[in-house]
Design a binder for this molecule. Structure first.
Ligand code: PMP
Ligand code: GLN
Length: 382
């Protein structure tokens, strides 16, 4: 897994970011904002450092942050996780995903995800020795076929791992789809892990946390992260919440992955979670505007835009330009036009890669003038 065939070599994000840097290209590949988040959050981190919050935090996270996570879930979703037993702080959502999966699955177990899927899912399922089963999301709207979803469940489905809003497609799943996942998880005795890092980044549609649906709370671990909501992806503060016995299992694993997570960043993110509602609607509105600017540019370049309802990402179909190999195009694009993007097939197994072979993902979490410049450069593709 780790050597030889390159299956867990350098991540696509690292590869494309390196390529973008060396070609001097605009990096619309890896999803990170090119502007920092709110100044009060940054100042809170600086104040925490100055005040000496520089040694190990408690393994499960500082109490102030766990309380703020609970209050945030209560304010937006009416959920009331116990900060002491039902929440842990993690080193980004990435560690929460790893800790939850490593705690729950092993050889002989199946983990079901949609496909395309975020890259770390496949890697951690592999490291755990479990089997990765997928149900396809199909263009143009990337909603699942519910019969195919049901057919992908089996008595060995230990975990169904949902990502909503969905990276890389930008799909946001309505409650009917999510309720079907919950009902199937109940029928097959599966635990639900839900990765909701883009929970506040939806455009005109409501985000429905899986844990709020009938039948879900007792079997659902919810994961989120400060990186996307507050535009501090480099701070790597995430969290996981759910029933105490499941959170305790993930915590046991987390102890041996990182032990604890960045102390001064934790108190700063607690400040962020308490920002007023206008902050949250503001980031979604700004991103929606950016989505529309980049989408117009991509359309003008002759690409078929698959409009996302959430996340940082817009996908395009390159086949109208006669291009059918997005992986090849993504490798050439930085030198060709000075823009980097991520090919969607890398988020798939072989069959899904074939299905998505002409799709490219662009990140629009960038300054407006950067998106306009990228659009101008992409126009030369025609
Ligand atoms: N899940 C999804 C769907 C993501 O897109 C990302 C990264 N942006 C992560 C998890 C990882 O989040 P973090 O940076 O907090 O580890
Ligand atoms: N989640 C980000 C993306 O999808 C990248 C994070 C990473 O580099 N691992 O672009």
């Amino acid at each position: 897994l780790l050597s030889g065939d390159g299956s867990l070599g350098v991540t696509i994000f690292e590869e494309m970011t390196t390529l973008a840097l060396s070609a001097g290209a605009i990096n619309l590949g890896q999803g990170f904002p090119d502007e920092d988040g709110p100044v009060e959050i940054r100042e809170a981190a600086q104040a925490a450092i100055a005040a000496g919050a520089n040694q190990y935090a408690p393994g499960k996270g500082i109490p102030v942050l766990r309380e703020a996570i609970s209050a945030h879930q209560s304010r937006f979703y009416g959920l009331t996780p116990d900060p002491d037993t039902e929440i842990i702080v993690t080193t980004g959502a990435t560690e929460a995903i790893a800790a939850a999966l490593l705690a729950l699955v092993g050889p002989g177990d199946e983990v079901l995800t949609f496909e395309p899927f975020y890259d770390s899912y496949g890697a951690i399922i592999g490291l755990a020795g479990a089997t990765h089963v997928t149900a396809p999301l199909l263009a143009p709207d990337f909603q699942p076929d519910l019969d195919a979803l049901e057919a992908a469940f089996s008595n060995r489905t230990k975990v169904v791992l949902v990502n909503n809003p969905h990276n890389p497609t930008g799909a946001v799943f309505p409650s009917e789809v999510l309720q079907r996942v919950v009902d199937l998880a109940e029928r097959f005795g599966s635990i639900i892990i839900t990765d909701e890092v883009y929970e506040h980044l939806t455009f005109g549609v409501r985000h429905v946390p899986v844990a709020t649906l009938p039948g879900a709370a007792g079997r659902t671990m919810t994961i989120s992260s400060a990186g996307k909501t507050f535009s501090f992806t480099g701070w790597k503060i995430g969290w996981l919440s759910g029933p105490a016995h499941l959170v305790a299992a993930a915590r046991t694993v987390k102890q041996f992955l990182s032990y604890s997570s960045g102390t001064p960043f934790q108190s700063a993110i607690a400040v962020g979670l308490e920002l007023p509602d206008e902050f949250y609607t503001g980031i979604a509105d700004t991103l929606r505007y950016k989505r529309d600017i980049l989408s117009a540019g991509l359309r003008a370049a002759g690409l078929d835009v698959l409009t996302p309802q959430g996340t940082y990402f817009v996908n395009v179909d390159t086949s109208p330009l006669g291009i059918t190999d997005a992986v090849d195009l993504a490798r050439k694009l930085p030198a060709l036009v000075g823009v980097a993007a991520i090919p969607v097939p890398v988020f798939c197994h072989a069959e899904g890669a074939e299905r998505t072979r002409s799709l490219l993902r662009f990140a629009f979490c960038k300054k407006v003038h950067v998106l306009e410049e990228a659009a101008e450069r992409l126009a030369t593709l025609r």
